[in-house]
Ligand binder design. Sequence first.
Ligand code: SF4
Length: 250
Amino acid sequence: MLLARLDDGPEIFFTLQGEGVSAGLPAVFVRSALCNLHCRWCDTDHTWNFEGTPWTHDKDATPGYRKHRKADVTLELPIAEVIARVAAFPCRRVVLTGGEPLIQQDAWLEVVAGLRAIDPAYRFEMETNGTRTPSAACLATIDQFNVSPKLANSGMEERLRIAPESIASFVAEPKAWFKFVARDDADLSEIESFTQRFAIASERVLVMPEGRDATSLDRHAPAIAAACINHGWRFCDRLHVRLWGDRRGV
Ligand code: SF4
């Protein structure tokens, strides 16, 4: 399967889950390459913003930023090696992330099966943008879906970032949670409209302040907290941003 690559190998690392209902728990992250979206503020642009693609990104304005050479930032790894690398960590919570992991969902199911054969206590979370419909096998296999639909601030056209059939399949699945990043009233109104449109119960909705550092999180947090109180949503911080900022592989 195609994984994102760090300088010293595939992007598989042991850290704390920073967001969502499992925030604060130790977890092994496995980051797959490829995404079907190209959000303008994406903080994992190395999974998709390859040379030769037409996408724009906020970082284009940063001196020295350029599109990635795919061979530099991705790595094709046999399933057995993914399993072995994850099993080497003393942790049974695994977060399957990306990019968009559902692009390679069949490969993930093999990884999950291999790890559960080692220890049935493994628990798997999948982080998804909600635009790809998981197979019945995937729905049955993964323990928790962290669905993160993208808002207009992503720069993506609505027809690309909202796939009604896919969202409906997650809404029907009790182990799916919906998390959003917001920074202003427009974002909060959009979340309200989205949750009403798809009849998502408020207790399944998590809203996080936008920010790439603690100062930005703190600036946006009061308005997000007020909205959560008002709508019955769960306020969620972004622990990894507070602890490690923009650094990869932690
Ligand atoms: S869906 Fe996620 S990984 Fe894909 S471009 Fe948007 S933020 Fe990045």
